[in-house]
Ligand binder design. Structure first.
Ligand code: OAD
Length: 241
């Protein structure tokens, strides 16, 4: 666990700030029992991303891709937010200008009650029609394969940003503003290797923000942040309130 003095410094920063942006990754949901991508037993240690999470994979075999998402939906359906998610809901309530940027598609921030957020990699409980583009919620577990659009009958896909795809334009504009304007950026539970999110810490830092990260281990961004707290998000975040 991390040094008490660093915890105190960050706690004071958060209490005094009028504008906070938070970036989260799979590590914040690890404490809810959700597998990460690159840790021991991480999804990308057991599956090949290019076979399952690319537009080419879906074009080749939508059935296989949907089977994999059904497996993940089943796994996630039973998971609940943990004290780290709850702490961010409380920070949203306290800090006048707050924005949460998550790379997680599990929907746990929303389930905890976060509202000022961008799910920049999408949400596993949302589907999008490959023909008419309609986006809607679908919580079926399992989803019937192949799923069809209620409006036009076209094939539905997960509303998720796959490798090789661009992030949603609205999210990018909102996130750029949140990174440019924040006094404090908190980076939680991300390995910092997937762009553009991997570049967010340096964007905020260059714009003058105080940047802190919370992770079990150092990441490529740790050397540029002002303060690094090592430990579990669910243990550290409640202590910062
Ligand atoms: P990773 O699996 O790459 O990294 C998870 C990070 O969380 C690691 O740095 C761990 O050290 C840290 N961690 C694990 N447990 C933790 C805990 N209890 N408390 C704090 N930190 C903890 O996941 P991401 O960085 O989120 O993309 O991965 C980024 C993207 O790559 C994902 O959004 C996903 C994946 O391909 C899509 O699904 C589009």
């Amino acid at each position: 666990m991390t040094a008490g003095s660093d915890l105190g410094i960050l706690k004071e920063k958060l209490a005094g700030t009028r504008s906070l942006t938070v970036l989260t990754g799979a590590g914040i949901s690890a404490d809810s029992g959700v597998p990460t991508f690159r840790g021991a037993d991480g999804l990308w240690r057991n599956f090949r991303a290019e076979d399952l999470a690319t537009p080419e994979a879906f074009a080749r075999d939508p059935h296989v891709v949907w089977e994999w998402y059904n497996w993940r939906r089943e796994l996630l359906a039973a998971k609940r937010p943990n004290p780290a998610h709850d702490a961010l809901v409380e920070l949203e309530r306290r800090v006048p200008s707050f924005w949460l940027i998550t790379q997680n598609v599990d929907g746990l921030h929303r389930a905890a009650g976060s509202r000022r957020l961008s799910e920049i990699h999408g949400n596993i409980w949302m589907v999008r029609c490959t023909v008419c583009g309609t986006v809607e919620e679908n919580r079926d577990v399992p989803i019937a394969i192949p799923p069809a659009c209620g409006r036009c009958g076209g094939l539905l896909r997960p509303h998720i940003v796959w490798f090789g795809e661009s992030l949603f334009a609205d999210d990018m504009a909102r996130c750029a503003a949140a990174l440019r304007d924040c006094e404090v950026l908190l980076v939680i539970g991300t390995s910092g290797v997937v762009y553009p999110a991997a570049g967010f810490a340096s964007v905020a830092k260059e714009a003058g923000a105080f940047v802190a990260d919370i992770n079990l281990e150092p990441t490529p961004q740790s050397s540029l942040v002002d303060l690094s707290l090592q430990g579990r998000a669910k243990d550290i975040l409640p202590l910062l309130l």
